[in-house]
Design a protein around this ligand. Structure first.
Ligand code: UDP
Ligand code: MN
Length: 533
């Protein structure tokens, strides 16, 4: 069994915690076992260990030091809900899968823990191979040491890209190399739970046009404890960024499913973790190969799976942990995450959103160039895919499209016409602030919905927390999230006026002063939906 002893011989000593010392200090026997958090009081660490601890979050956006304390093989919890324990699967009848794990400069312990969690939690008959695709990593431990380590695991194959190609092309390379009838993608910092694969394969075996997505559990980026999410959240699309967010089960799904273990229809997916039939993904044109480095590929896949006759299902009994980083910013040549994200989503909008593309950030290529999309449009036509309007009405009726409201766009102060209401980083529990109007949207795009909500995507202005107006998750229930606008004043359902005070937004008794007056654009085209999330 691979353990930290073997690992520390392969890595530069400076990167590694003094495992024995730390274990003794904190009385740890099997750190992280069963998904437990590893709680380290860094004040109690010796000075040189504290330094390693402090530095270890910078590179990857998670606390490598803690990850390196946890054995490469640890047990993960049994998936919830408890009813999953009664499910049985006919291993002999299920198709095999090729697991594709792409990586770029991944930490040794998170990468190898991903691989071991696959090997340890998958019935050998179902696992054709594990394909590790290296997107031209530079870290030393990912060169010869990785090859030497993997030599002991015949099912694991390492594929190297000579140049940096980004995660989308890396997944395509892994997909092309796969030799079984289904392919399962993972990020390089995941941990599969017990019996994670069987429920995914069972669905794809029922209908090859189903893309099966496990419940993504959060591996905490500081202490590496794995949560066991309950209740389940589904991924939804968000405008104008064409990104995704998590929300509770939509009402219609609650009504449709008969038990807690039934597959859930989900309008979107997060991206990196799913199982799909090889031939179906191939027919769908895999990913748009012109998508750079990072971003947008999940939206492309979500839309085309549904619009071209398939379905995305979230499988309650399949659980995979994923480390959500605190920060990422990929650079390659002239391309960074901002550039690739907007180029990629701009392409997706132009191919898949029809008349709704104008509600997204970069559909006209104003922010960054999106290149030629004609080949992807042809693909859509050849596949005979349905319209985005069909998707909205049938798959994602609760989607709120910013820019589609009764009033829409920037909310501009009459007192200081160069200042607009801004939702910075979608932060909750802070006062909404006024910033110079940016004229491009982003945090300054607001919509008044038919319910009187003042929405920024799925976030709403809320006057119920303090004198200052804050942002909160939209709940659709009116009250402190209901407002009226008469072309001049913006006021709450309880009759208070929204005003600019200093550089924040407050509610106060209406007195007709200029600080209580606002300019907001009235929208003519509306979609008239009432059951938004
Ligand atoms: N990745 C890659 N090439 C890149 C960027 C990322 O192969 O240029 C890999 C990365 O190692 C990870 C996966 O792609 O396994 C997804 O990236 P990341 O985890 O940063 O995305 P997130 O989960 O934060 O959205
Ligand atoms: Mn990731």
């Amino acid at each position: 069994m691979a353990d930290l002893g073997a690992m520390s011989r392969l890595l530069p000593a400076a990167d590694m915690p003094d495992v024995t010392r730390v274990k003794t200090l904190f009385n740890l026997t099997r750190p992280g076992d069963n998904g437990q958090p590893v709680l380290i009081d860094k004040q109690k660490l010796p000075a040189e260990e504290r330094l390693k601890y402090d530095l270890s979050e910078k590179e990857n956006g998670f606390r490598e030091y803690v990850s390196n304390l946890i054995p490469l093989r640890r047990r993960t919890p049994f998936p919830k809900p408890d009813e999953c324990q009664n499910k049985t699967y006919d291993i002999e009848a299920l198709p095999q899968t090729s697991v594709v794990i792409i990586f770029m400069n991944e930490t040794w312990s998170t990468l190898l823990r991903t691989v071991h969690s696959v090997l340890d939690n998958t019935p050998p008959r179902l696992l054709k191979e594990v394909l590790l695709v290296d997107d031209a990593s530079e870290m030393e431990h990912l060169k010869t040491p990785l090859e030497e380590y993997l030599a002991d695991f015949p099912k694991v194959r390492l594929i190297r890209s000579k140049t940096r190609i980004g995660l989308i092309k890396a997944r395509i390379i892994g997909f092309d190399a796969a030799t079984s009838s289904t392919v399962t993608f993972l990020d390089s910092h995941c941990e599969c739970f017990q019996r994670w694969l069987e429920p995914l394969l069972a669905r794809v075996a029922t209908d090859p046009k189903i893309a099966a997505v496990p419940v993504t559990e959060i591996i905490n980026s500081e202490h590496f404890g794995i949560e066991n999410a309950n209740p389940i959240h589904v991924a939804i699309l968000t405008f104008p960024l064409l990104s995704y967010d998590w929300t509770y089960l939509p009402k219609r799904e609650k009504q449709r499913v008969k038990s807690l273990t039934d597959p859930i229809y989900t309008p979107a997916m997060a991206g990196g973790i799913f199982t799909i039939s090889k031939s179906w993904f191939e027919r769908l044109g895999k990913y748009d190969p012109e998508l750079l480095i990072w971003g947008g590929e999940n939206t492309e896949l979500s839309l085309k799976v549904w619009m071209c006759g398939g379905r995305i299902e979230l499988i309650p009994c399949s659980h995979v942990g994923h480390v959500f980083r605190i920060h990422t910013n990929y650079h390659y040549g002239n391309v960074n995450s901002f550039y690739s994200y907007h180029r990629n989503t701009g392409r997706v909008a132009n191919v898949w959103l029809d008349e709704y593309k104008k509600f997204t950030m970069n559909s006209d290529g104003q922010l960054v160039d999106i290149g030629d999309v004609s080949a992807r449009k042809r693909l859509r036509k050849d596949l005979g895919c349905k319209s985005f309007r069909w998707y909205l009405n049938n798959v994602h009726p609760e989607l709120y499209i910013v820019g589609d409201g009764v009033y829409s766009g920037a909310i501009r102060s009459v007192l200081q016409p160069s200042m607009c209401v801004n939702a910075r980083d979608y932060a909750y529990s802070v006062a909404l602030e006024m910033l110079p109007c940016n004229e491009i949207g982003g945090g300054q795009l607001w919509d008044m919905s038919e319910l009187g909500e003042i929405r920024h995507s799925i976030h709403c202005m809320d006057s119920g927390y303090s004198k200052e107006v804050q942002l909160a998750r939209c709940h659709g229930g009116g009250g402190h999230q209901a407002f009226k606008y008469d072309g001049q004043s913006l006021y709450t359902e309880f009759g208070y006026c929204i005003a600019m005070e200093g550089n924040v937004l407050v509610h106060q008794t209406c007195d007709g002063s200029l600080s209580q007056q606002w300019k907001w654009h009235k929208n003519r085209e509306q979609r008239n939906l009432t059951n938004h999330i």
